[in-house]
Ligand binder design. Structure first.
Ligand code: 4NP
Length: 153
C-alpha cells in the first residue's frame, strides 16, 4: 500500500516545499506519495521561494517544479499523514477536520524529533538565508524519523 504524506505550512513557498523535497529524496515513490500545501491562498501557483530553491539545491534536491496550492478539506481524504510546520498551521488544519479520523491524521512535524514539545519550524520568510539552513536541518532530521515510521507501517 502506498502511504500518502502531505506537508503543510502557511504560504507553501518556504517550509513545506522543502519538507516535500527532502522527504521525496528519501523514499521510493512507489511506496510513498509526497505533496505539500499552504493553509493560506497567498501563493497559489507560485514557485517555491528562491531561498528554499537555493538551500535545496545545495543538498542536491530540485524543488523548482513545485507550485503553491491551498490545503482543502479533500486533503483529509487523499492523505494518510498530514504534517503541520507550526502550531498555527496545525490549528488551521484541525479547524477544517470533519471528524476524529481527519483530526488524527494531523501532526506537528517537529514532534517527530522533540516528542510532546509542540515546537514550531520557524517561518523563515522574513529572515535571511541562515533561517533556511536552520529549517533545512530540522526538516532533514524530522523526515528521517518519518521514513523510519513509514517503513514500519
Ligand atoms: P511558508 O512561509 O509558510 O513557510 O511558505 C511563508 C511564505 C509567505 C508568507 C508567509 C509565510 N506570506 O505571508 O506571504
Amino acid at each position: 500500500m502506498q502511504v500518502k504524506v502531505l506537508m503543510v505550512c502557511l504560504g507553501n513557498i518556504c517550509r513545506s516545499p522543502l519538507a516535500e523535497g527532502i522527504l521525496k529524496a528519501k523514499v521510493n515513490p512507489t511506496n510513498v506519495f509526497v505533496d505539500s500545501a499552504g493553509t493560506s491562498n497567498y501563493h497559489i501557483g507560485s514557485k517555491p521561494d528562491a531561498r528554499s530553491i537555493q538551500i535545496a539545491s545545495k543538498y542536491n534536491i530540485d524543488i523548482t517544479n513545485q507550485r503553491g496550492r491551498q490545503f482543502t478539506v479533500k486533503d483529509f481524504d487523499d492523505f494518510d499523514l498530514i504534517f503541520a510546520m507550526d502550531n498555527s498551521n496545525y490549528k488551521n488544519i484541525v479547524s477544517l477536520a470533519r471528524n476524529q479520523k481527519d483530526e488524527s491524521k494531523v501532526h506537528l512535524i517537529l514532534n517527530k524529533i522533540h516528542p510532546g514539545e509542540n515546537m514550531d519550524v520557524p517561518d523563515p520568510y522574513y529572515g535571511g538565508t541562515t533561517g533556511f539552513e536552520n529549517v533545512y536541518k530540522m526538516l532533514d532530521k524530522a523526515t528521517d524519523v518519518i521514513v523510519k515510521e513509514i517503513s514500519n507501517l
